[in-house]
Design a protein around this ligand. Structure first.
Ligand SMILES: [Zn+2]
Length: 305
């Protein structure tokens, strides 16, 4: 199978098919680097992999330019009508959308339940890795296996992502947010996420790659003091014309009080309507979400008490 987005493939006639996407956002190079590392092992030990593995590069032109996207965010346009009309679209990123979609369709052949999507990302805040499952049981099960915080009910606020698009088709789909953009730590964490997924899906056996156990222990250790099962209660959506600036000092899982001023927008203070934990505070110029507030599952704080 040849395709300019297909960075590496190991195809087997049996077993599940793991699709890993890196660089959906062009300013996030840790995903492609992590895929490169795992591909080296795949080349050396193909007999130890009991299923197919595809490493897919996301927004090629944006990666070249080291920008999040060219005209529109490639991870906010995964919708059937947009994909159908992508070849007529004036904005460049639709071309990439059409190509990646075609590649994934060729791999999965409509058998979405045999496929697993792991979409690798990083963020602009300083710390706090996490993952986001699509809203189906197999995705939530995979998300729990990493030992890092996972955010439920977030996928539904990001409807036009690949995560949601394939999750709704029944594919096991998880976004893994490995750390701050282009740091060694983020690349290491994304590599760990790929190995753990390979093991969880049965493509590799624990005994063949003993280091995977250490990777799990490492992720559990660095997430030890963080809440684990969370749900999204608020999304601060931005439109293009908004002048938006996050106040200094926020990072993932920093606790936030209801009514706390967290940013400035169009000259006005932005307050958090809920208490909970900060997620993905926007410290870069391009982005469609200012921040999210998440709460631990089972906490009652969202009822503005
Ligand atoms: Zn991203």
């Amino acid at each position: 199978m040849k395709d300019r987005h297909l960075f590496f493939a190991l195809e087997k006639s049996y077993g599940p098919k793991l699709l890993v996407i890196g660089g959906m956002h062009g300013n996030e190079h840790s995903g492609p680097e992590a895929m490169q590392r795992v591909a080296t092992q795949l080349r050396q030990n193909p007999e130890k992999f009991h299923g197919s593995v595809y490493f897919i590069l996301g927004n090629l032109k944006a990666l070249e330019r080291n920008e999040r996207f060219v005209d529109v965010d490639l991870n906010r346009i995964w919708r059937d009508d947009l994909i159908r009309d992508a070849s007529d679209a004036k904005q460049y990123d639709f071309k990439e959308l059409a190509e990646i979609h075609e590649l994934i369709e060729n791999i999965c052949q409509g058998q979405y339940k045999d496929c697993i999507l792991l979409d690798l990302h990083t963020f602009s805040a300083d710390s706090g890795l996490f993952c986001i499952p699509a809203e189906n049981p197999s995705s939530e099960k995979l998300a729990r296996s990493f030992g890092v915080p996972y955010i439920e009910k977030l996928a539904r606020s990001l409807p036009e992502t690949a995560l949601n698009y394939y999750g709704e088709k029944g594919m096991t789909s998880v976004v893994f947010e490995g750390g701050k953009h282009n740091t060694a730590e983020a690349t290491d964490n994304l590599e760990r996420a790929i190995w753990i997924t390979l093991e969880q899906t049965g493509i590799i056996r624990a005994g063949d790659f003993p280091f995977v156990e250490q990777m799990k222990t490492h992720l559990e250790r660095i997430s030890r003091n963080l809440p684990h099962r969370l749900e999204m209660v608020y999304r601060h959506k931005l439109e293009d014309y908004h002048h938006y600036r996050m106040n200094e000092g926020y990072y993932n899982f920093k606790s936030v009080k209801q009514g706390e001023p967290v940013a400035r927008q169009n000259g006005r203070e932005v307050i958090s309507p809920f208490g909970g934990f900060m997620l993905m505070p926007l410290y870069q110029t391009k982005g469609s979400d200012g921040f999210f507030i998440v709460q631990e599952r089972g906490s009652r704080r969202k009822n503005k008490a």
